[in-house]
Write a protein that binds this ligand. Structure first.
Ligand SMILES: Cc1cc2nc3c(=O)[nH]c(=O)nc-3n(C[C@H](O)[C@H](O)[C@H](O)COP(=O)(O)OP(=O)(O)OC[C@H]3O[C@@H](n4cnc5c(N)ncnc54)[C@H](O)[C@@H]3O)c2cc1C
Length: 455
């Protein structure tokens, strides 16, 4: 679907159906002034810039991002499963940044939120009045021993969180299906982009093996780092049922520590949390939690793994991260989960993967965050209180096979928040209609709708 077709059919259809949620209707222009700096021009930053350009009568927007390309990252799973071709999921960054926005093609290495300056790797110092913090997240490849981003694919160990990685695993999956063997699939113990992605590629591999009449020769095991495969009550039972029905082994509480690519072995840690009573010298008893860790090694023929992820280093170094609570360890930015305004610096709004909010890191969540964060920034620029509130909406289209998607839509409280239009369908089960949405509509919605500030 090209831009023209999409704009004719896509936005209209999505708007009518309500899929967009944040479809942009005609809104009043705002005459607020101030230098706006956007750090990171991915799904969140570029779309934010486009929306701002449509709202401000005298925009002064600078965007810093070193990337040549804008990727539709949800497409990586489809590349890995042979559904999309690699060139279908990216566009040159130069074509995505809205005209009128000053683009500095560089990386921010230092940010001073007190002086309101950002310094780039190339030595440029940029001053701002208002900051939009959208640099996404950092994939910490070095936290998995024995492999790096550059050596992905070695020893048949793969990662679909990388554009090249997604391309390398597809022939490997086909070979596993053809020759037989053991596929081991894992995720990671930090918050990560699209928690559904590692599960999807596992189920797609299983379905491919069945379609090819080769299922008996393929053993599939999923090692989950959490204590449960999924934790959204409406959808978890069906997902667990699918894993059971299809005879995919499931183990929980396992963290990947390293890979021996020569021997094709993955080193895991099984962890269990136990409560114990400690008694001090005075005889006072306190209950403490202790982690029992048991190492475990598994042989594989094909491995799909996910490295730990965190906020980019410069965010933490700038003192913008949570300092306590679950979101502190990996440096996620300390923003108000409703207004998306930074809790220490009211001239900073923050959305997307870097935001320290308790929801899934997905572009569908960003689509709903966008109008809220934009409106709140405009209010702040006019000296008003930010009043728009985000409910934590995220959508994870869990592809269960080549033809069905379990479309998980939920809010901060893990309550279902279904925007999908065909509500006569039972959305706690996988649906062919949701597959059609995922395969044909979401990518054009991203490139032509979201990035143009239209939804
Ligand atoms: C395999 C996979 C499957 C996924 N599946 C889905 C799905 O099915 N549905 C869904 O909704 N989402 C999915 N996602 C998640 C989705 O792609 C992300 O949540 C989304 O892209 C995050 O947007 P962002 O703008 O926060 O970060 P990004 O889109 O990653 O953009 C960050 C930008 O910041 C720039 N940047 C980084 N550091 C700096 C710096 N120091 N200075 C300046 N610029 C910087 C980068 O170059 C980049 O352009 C998936 C992701 C992956 C990897």
């Amino acid at each position: 679907m090209n831009r023209r077709t999409f704009l004719k059919a896509g936005v209209g259809t999505a708007a009518v159906l309500g899929i967009g949620g944040g479809v942009m209707h005609h809104l009043n222009m705002v005459d607020a002034k101030g230098r706006i700096l956007i750090i990171g021009g991915g799904a969140a930053g570029c779309s934010f810039a486009a929306r701002l350009m449509r709202r401000l009568s005298n925009p002064d927007i600078t965007l810093i991002d070193p990337a040549d390309r804008q990727y539709y990252q949800p497409g990586f799973t489809f590349i890995a499963a042979g559904i999309f071709k690699p060139d279908e999921v990216w566009k040159p960054m130069s074509k995505c940044i809205p005209s009128g926005v000053k683009w500095i093609k560089d990386s921010v290495i230092e940010l001073d939120p007190v002086k309101q300056t950002a310094r780039t790797a190339g030595g440029q110092m940029v001053e701002y009045d208002f900051l939009v913090l959208t640099p996404g997240l950092q994939i910490n490849w070095d936290k998995v021993e024995g492999i790096s981003r550059e050596t992905l694919g070695q020893g048949n160990a793969h990662c679909i969180y990388d554009f090249m990685g997604a391309q390398r695993i597809w022939p490997a999956i086909q070979e596993l299906v053809a020759k037989g063997g053991r596929g081991v699939f894992t995720d990671t113990y930090t918050k990560h982009k699209c928690g559904g992605a590692p599960k999807k590629i596992c189920m797609l591999t299983e379905h491919l093996a069945r379609k090819e009449g080769k299922r008996d020769g393929v053993q599939l095991d999923y090692f989950c780092s959490e204590k449960a495969l999924y934790d959204v009550p409406l959808y978890t039972p069906r997902l667990l049922q699918i894993y059971e029905e299809r005879n995919i082994g499931l183990e929980v509480r396992h963290r990947v520590k390293g890979i021996d690519t020569l021997a094709k072995k993955v080193y895991l840690e099984h962890y269990e949390k136990v409560k114990e009573t400690q008694t001090d010298a005075q005889g006072n008893e306190t209950e403490v939690e202790r982690e029992i860790v048991t190492p475990r090694v598994e042989d594989y023929d094909l491995l799909s793994f996910v490295p730990p992820q965190s906020a980019p280093d410069f965010v933490r170094n700038a003192g913008l991260s949570w300092t306590e609570g679950k979101l502190a360890k990996d440096g996620w930015a300390m923003v108000d989960k409703k207004t998306l305004v930074h809790l220490a610096y009211p001239n900073i709004v923050c959305l997307g993967d870097v935001a320290g909010i308790p929801t899934s890191k997905t572009s569908s969540a960003i689509r709903i965050q966008l109008p809220i964060a934009v409106d709140n920034l405009l209010s702040i620029m006019q000296g008003k209180e930010p009043t728009k509130e985000y409910n934590g909406y995220a959508c994870c289209p869990i592809v269960t096979d080549y033809g069905h998607v379990l479309l998980c839509e939920f809010d901060y409280d893990k309550n279902p928040d279904i925007t999908f239009p065909f509500t006569l369908q039972d959305m706690s089960k996988e649906q062919a209609s949701a597959w059609m949405l995922k395969k044909h509509f979401l990518k054009p919605m991203f490139f032509y709708g979201m990035l143009n500030g239209l939804m």
